[in-house]
Design a protein. Structure first.
Length: 446
């Protein structure tokens, strides 16, 4: 279906932004013209998904919808055991409640905010082993989401294995710019994990987009069907979590899948405590039906090609205006290099958040900061962590906007770029939560 987009004046947006304490999450959606805050749960479902939704079985236990979802996960991903959850961070909460204890260390490729939050909430530590090329936005590397095998092996060799419950690969790697992980790298990481007897887990919210990039960029995969690539990817994983609000194109839903029946049994206890019974886990039957159908649609090449080309279209338009982004462009969003864009704003004043606010005031376009606010404070020292990259992320919902909306967004950001020399001050924090602060932080102008 369609919905109207309300236009507003610059003066109105300046007032609304101030009333929202300069946090774009605090804006009501009717005050946003083009909403690129997230691609999570914001996609448009297909006619077949809506049809499947109408056929939902709402039985408390053993619903037919559960078995449709089970079949889709088995056919596409190759896992026999799974637990539904209401979204990805719920899946992390359940699985990590089984696997992580205080003092543990979890290596991976630039853990996303909820993943890191769940790790640090349990007084464990996330260890970033991403390749160095990911930290150079203008440098070309086809798989900037890769884990550096040398970094990973050095870390494992120097630390007790019993304190490392698993290795995690995020597909695609959101924090480094929606960047894919190559099949070769997945194999290498699996080989290292097996060498040390450590399970390998995927954060697979955007697994289909990752498979697309493998097909397009990696030798030997150009003629492979997407689902065949997906099956090979997951053949190396012992378990996975998924926010299905991304590549399964639903508004709400997620799951955990695993090969081990023992892990399934232990996770089932926490699923019942936190989510619901093991055959619905916080989801309605109709939503499980839509999710199952979405897994099939999300792994179709033509859909992925159209979707990812639209992301690249926005990236190319920004590049035309001289705006530096993480390249090559990722699968779900364009990540604008905020420090390159606003070199006069001190890092202590939240450069990427400053750019996000300026874009909204300029054109009513809502993006999100992937930088110091999201990186949060060190859990021990409580000092700000300053990441090497400060990004403004423009995440594009699936099957929602046209390229005219991308053009509008590019021109709005180009207008900010023209006056960038006038922007030298950012923000200071008025109030923040102790963990995952970026969702609710309140700011004032510095």
């Amino acid at each position: 279906m369609v919905e109207p987009l309300g236009r507003s004046s610059r003066e109105e947006r300046e007032l609304w932004m101030k009333e929202a304490s300069y946090n774009l999450f605090n804006l009501s959606s009717d005050k946003v013209f083009v909403d690129l805050l997230t691609d999570s749960g914001t996609g448009a479902m297909s006619d077949r998904q809506w049809s499947a939704l109408m056929m939902g079985d709402e039985s408390y236990a053993g619903a037919a919808s559960y078995f449709k979802m089970k079949q889709a996960i088995s056919e596409i991903l190759g896992f026999d055991y799974f637990l539904p959850t209401h979204q990805g961070r719920a899946a992390e909460n359940v699985l990590f409640s089984v696997l992580i204890k205080e003092g543990d260390m979890i290596p991976g490729n630039a853990h996303f905010d909820t993943t890191k939050g769940h790790i640090e909430f349990r007084k464990a530590m996330a260890v970033d082993c991403t390749i160095d090329e990911a930290l150079e936005p203008a440098r070309y590397h086809p798989f900037k989401g890769n884990i550096d095998p040398g970094k990973l092996e050095d870390f494992l060799r120097l630390n007790p294995v019993e304190r490392i419950p698993f290795i995690i690969i995020t597909l695609t790697c959101n924090t480094s710019g929606g960047q894919p992980v190559s099949m070769q790298n997945i194999r290498e990481v699996k080989s290292i994990a097996d060498k040390y007897g450590i399970p390998l887990i995927f954060d697979a919210a955007r697994f289909a987009e990752n498979a697309y990039f493998i097909r397009e960029r990696e030798d030997g995969y150009a003629d492979r069907p997407i689902r065949q690539i997906v099956r090979e990817m997951f053949s190396y994983a012992d378990a996975m979590t998924m926010s299905s609000k991304k590549d399964a194109i639903v508004n709400m839903g997620g799951f955990i899948a695993m090969r081990s029946h023992e892990l399934f049994r232990h996770a089932s206890v926490f699923n019942i405590m936190f989510e619901g019974y093991i055959t619905y886990g916080g989801m309605s039957g109709r939503d499980m039906n839509a999710l199952a159908q979405g897994l099939y649609e999300g792994t179709e090449y033509d859909y992925l090609d159209t979707r990812i080309r639209q992301v690249a279209y926005l990236g190319e338009r920004l590049k035309h205006f001289g705006i530096q982004c993480q390249e090559p462009f990722g699968g779900h969003a364009i990540f604008v290099d905020a420090r390159h864009f606003l070199p006069h704003v001190p890092r202590e004043e939240y450069v990427a958040q400053t750019l996000a606010v300026e874009l909204y005031i300029e054109g009513g376009v809502r993006g999100v900061e992937i930088g110091t606010l999201l990186a949060d404070r060190d859990p021990v020292t409580r000092q700000n962590r300053y990441p090497a990259l400060e990004f403004l992320r423009l995440a594009i919902p699936r099957r929602v906007y046209t390229n005219n909306h991308m053009e509008y967004t590019a021109i709005a950001l180009a207008n900010v770029f023209e006056r960038r020399e006038q922007i030298s001050k950012g923000f200071r924090i008025v109030r923040e939560a102790p963990i995952m602060r970026h969702f609710t932080v309140e700011l004032e102008r510095a």
